[in-house]
Design a binder for this molecule. Structure first.
Ligand code: ATP
Length: 150
């Protein structure tokens, strides 16, 4: 199935905008990009990542930056928040099943520590990559790439 990632992204963002009216979702870059994927899987990836961005910026700046563009031979998706961030020491583990940073801080936000492991499994199923960059107290950026269909 060939999916226009931009239209999936637009519709997920619209849903988040109505569910979280106190947040600003800014589309920094939005280019058409066709990916061979099941549309609801791509949707699930966006939902997991935006859900985390919202959850972990609750007491910080409620702004989320989303980008979709082509670079070299991949489609790139970036989701950036300005929330609590992740300590360097925890970063290697956040894609592991059931891993949660600091039980106390995470308990408030709810969740099972499954979101990112599911996102990673889905992304890799379609030949993509997922990576995370973060600074504690400053925010987090998750980058997903997929091979592009020409
Ligand atoms: P759920 O299963 O509901 O997604 P979760 O958010 O705890 O629960 P993951 O999405 O797998 O699980 O994330 C793992 C851990 O990584 C989280 O518990 C959180 O500590 C940290 N984390 C993930 N995304 C972010 C983010 N955007 N900002 C800060 N911390 C994050």
């Amino acid at each position: 199935e060939m999916v226009d990632a931009r239209s999936v992204m637009d519709s997920v963002i619209r849903n988040f905008e109505s569910a979280y009216a106190d947040y600003t979702f800014r589309q920094m870059r939005s280019e058409p990009a066709y990916i061979r994927i099941v549309a609801r899987h791509l949707e699930q990836i966006f939902v997991i990542l935006l859900d985390n961005a919202v959850k972990y910026s609750q007491e910080s700046k409620k702004e989320i930056h989303v980008s979709l563009y082509q670079e070299d031979d991949v489609a790139k998706i970036e989701i950036k928040d300005f929330g609590i961030g992740i300590p360097q020491a925890d970063l290697p583990y956040v894609f592991h099943r059931f891993y949660r940073v600091d039980k106390a801080r995470s308990r408030k936000q709810g969740g099972n520590g499954l979101g990112l492991s599911i996102a990673k499994r889905l992304v890799e199923k379609y030949g993509g990559t997922i990576s995370i960059e973060s600074k504690e107290g400053q925010g987090t950026t998750v980058t997903v790439t997929f091979p592009i269909m020409k």
